[in-house]
Design a protein around this ligand. Structure first.
Ligand SMILES: N[C@@H](CCC(=O)N[C@@H](CS)C(=O)NCC(=O)O)C(=O)O
Length: 231
């Protein structure tokens, strides 16, 4: 069974959503990033960037165990393992890759910064809040335009949709879904999928933004000196 090194965050949800959509059995190995478990030497062996998610599949492509970190790489791995949610034909496959890379390089990092400066930063820095909120709005707009004439980001429902949807957190990122009607419709359609709902709810009850901002130890681990120690 696949071990999923996991904590309930948008990058974690991507993987549980895909596993649920594929009907693959999995075992959750919690990595409590608020307690610093991402820095444990054993975890760093499979995820050298001290970030979750990561997976260990005892039945890798050559029949041997394989570990993978980076959520985009994990999604591609699972799509190739199962033959699901990424077309086999090169044109369709590159289209999925384009939108997956757009999520990994743009939507995740930029909206993550919007979320950080709006909700977690100890000082309210207007320049940073505006920069990332505006960039976030631009990215919402790109998604909205892409969905003008298709149902899913890359045509068919794919790992690109699963990667992007959990990252669109609306008001936490200074965005209003009503300003992006195609995005809103797509998001509602995805939210109605039972497998997506199941994957998106794994351990969700253990975290809330309000608790995180109040918890100084957690803040220090994630954003303070503990994060930047040489390892
Ligand atoms: N590019 C990575 C990013 C993963 C990432 O940022 N994970 C966060 C939670 S969403 C994490 O593990 N944070 C722990 C830390 O900052 O120390 C991926 O997509 O897998």
């Amino acid at each position: 069974m696949i071990d999923v090194y996991y904590w309930p965050t948008p990058n974690g949800y991507k993987i549980t959503i895909m596993l649920e959509e594929c009907g693959l059995p999995y075992n959750i190995v919690p990595v409590n990033i608020g307690k610093g478990e991402q820095f444990e030497p054993d975890f760093l062996k499979i995820s050298p960037n001290n970030r979750m998610p990561a997976i260990v599949d005892p039945d890798g492509p050559d029949g041997q165990p394989i570990s993978i970190f980076e959520s985009g790489a994990i999604l591609i791995y699972l799509a190739e393992k199962t033959g699901k949610f990424m077309p086999a034909d090169p044109r369709g496959r590159y289209e999925v890759m384009e939108w997956l890379m757009f999520q990994m390089g743009g939507v995740g990092p930029m909206l993550g910064q919007a979320h950080h400066f709006r909700n977690y930063a100890p000082e309210k820095i207007e320049y940073a809040i505006n920069r990332y909120t505006n960039e976030g709005g631009r990215l919402y707009g790109v998604i909205d335009r892409q969905l003008q004439d298709r149902d899913y980001l890359a045509g068919e429902y794919s790992i690109a949709d699963m990667a992007t949807m959990p990252w669109l957190l609306g008001k936490h990122q200074g965005q209003n879904y009503d300003d992006y009607p195609n995005l809103k419709e797509w998001r509602n359609k995805l939210k109605a999928r039972p497998a997506l709902q199941k994957g998106w709810s794994v351990m969700r009850d253990v975290r809330s933004v309000a608790d995180e901002t109040k918890d100084k130890e957690r803040w220090e681990i994630l954003f303070g000196s503990k994060q930047f120690q040489k390892r």
